[in-house]
Design a protein around this ligand. Structure first.
Ligand SMILES: Cc1ncc(COP(=O)(O)O)c(C=O)c1O
Length: 414
């Protein structure tokens, strides 16, 4: 160990043993996967659930009367119930989407086009992923609304006084990441909701980087909309979730229309199904949903609180170890205010070069703007290198990263 005390409370190595891909060796080296922020690897139980769904239970849902179709429907709706429970929501308010990007677009189109008008304000933060910026830009452009951004404090947290100032503009919506995918900042969403609601604004929370790492209860948070994406929660690609407050969802028009979401279709008009199916047009990712159901079951068995405590300790350990690397800048707040993400830059070395040299040793980190170009502008950098952690990450892997950075410095003679 290069810094701090070893972590004993959580057996991350035993967790890692459940991931087939983490057993791979490439060029004689074990893969050190520090890119869960981009997508999580999948434990065997998720892969098996997907395999089982395809092998034994596949038929299109909601329509068939035969056993296979009923099984597929039950597995899909069962997954919805499990996932709803996982985030403290009701199944009828737990809508399957393709990913969180689609969840946010759903709100921007179905709620936004009806409820945001000329001169209205939408409040965002500079740390949003493009998925939580561009749909609002499109809406603002179409209806003549404007966007306003909450200022960041020096350490990469939101300046809540600046939020209060913007709330005086009586915005229609505040859209905010629960955890920043670059700075790692964990935003105080309950407090943001409280202040926004007092000012008459709704709140959409992008939970993409939170749901895999901490217990989330959407009703306790009080958010009007909360979205996340399955592939970052150890589930498959192609499935995400939107939670919405019932009155809002009921009042909203469908986002996509077509098969499966209808009540009756006549030649000139149609009616819709009730919630949540009103928002699920076409064949849903019903197999993927069973994979996501298995993923949250897997996480529940580990215990979200234990996972969170492990990742907090790991992040603290990483921040400590990285702080000792000369000429390295770390972005974002102290460990107690962040999720399992650390972005950094080595003075004089392009973040892509850092990632590439680490990649030669199968240390998987990401470099780039992380789909957060406005934030890069605010930080005054073109890109950062980002290490992001998961339940299976061990302190020894942080040590490998730190050793890798020492090698980068030697190559660049820093
Ligand atoms: C905070 C945040 N929001 C949204 C997204 C978009 O996720 P997806 O591409 O699965 O829709 C990401 C993915 O990196 C993210 O980190």
């Amino acid at each position: 160990m290069s810094a701090g005390a070893p972590i004993r409370t959580f057996d991350a190595a035993a967790v890692a043993a459940q991931f087939p891909i983490l057993q791979r060796e490439i060029d004689g080296r074990r893969v050190v996967y520090l890119d869960s922020g981009a997508t999580a690897q999948k434990p065997a139980s998720v892969i098996e659930a997907l395999d089982d769904s395809y092998r034994l239970h596949n038929a299109n849902i909601h329509r068939g009367v035969y056993t296979l179709a009923q099984e597929a429907t039950e597995r899909f709706e069962g997954a919805r119930e499990r996932i709803a429970r996982f985030i403290g929501a009701r199944p009828s308010q737990t809508i399957f989407t393709k990913n969180v990007t689609e969840a946010i677009n759903l709100v921007a189109y179905s709620w936004g086009r009806r409820n945001v008008g000329a001169g209205d304000t939408i409040v965002l933060t500079p740390m949003e992923h493009h998925a939580n910026i561009v749909p609002w830009q499109q809406l603002a452009r179409e209806v003549g609304a404007r966007l306003a951004y909450v200022e960041l404090a020096e350490d990469g947290r939101l300046d809540l006084d600046a939020l209060d100032t913007l709330l005086k503009l009586e915005p229609k919506l505040v859209a905010v990441a629960h955890v920043s995918n670059v700075l790692g900042t964990r935003n105080p969403v309950e407090e943001i909701v409280r202040r926004a609601h007092a000012a008459g604004a709704l709140v959409l929370v992008d939970g993409a980087q939170a749901v895999p790492h901490m217990a989330v209860d959407v009703e306790a948070i009080g958010a009007d909309f909360y979205g996340f994406t399955g592939h970052k929660v150890y589930g498959p690609t192609g499935v995400g979730v939107l939670y919405g407050r019932r009155e809002l969802l009921e009042a909203m028009e469908p986002f996509l229309t077509g098969g499966d979401m209808i009540g009756q279709v006549d030649f000139h008009e149609s009616t819709w199904k009730e919630l949540p199916w009103k928002f699920e047009a076409g064949t849903s990712p019903y197999i993927e949903a069973t994979g996501l159901g298995a993923a949250v079951e897997w996480l529940d068995a580990l215990g979200l609180d234990a996972v969170h405590a492990h990742e907090q300790e790991l992040t603290r350990y990483a921040l400590q170890a990285l702080a000792e690397v000369p000429r390295l800048t770390i972005y974002g707040p102290a460990a107690e205010h962040r999720g399992a993400i650390v972005s950094f830059a080595l003075d004089g070395v392009h973040p892509h070069d850092v990632a590439e040299i680490l990649g030669r040793e199968q240390i998987c980190v990401r470099a780039g703007h992380h789909c957060a170009q406005p934030l890069m502008r605010r930080l005054g950098v073109p890109a950062t290198t980002r290490a992001s952690f998961a339940a299976h990450t061990t302190p020894a892997e942080i040590d490998v990263l730190v050793e890798g950075l020492a090698r980068v410095r030697r190559i660049f003679e820093l």
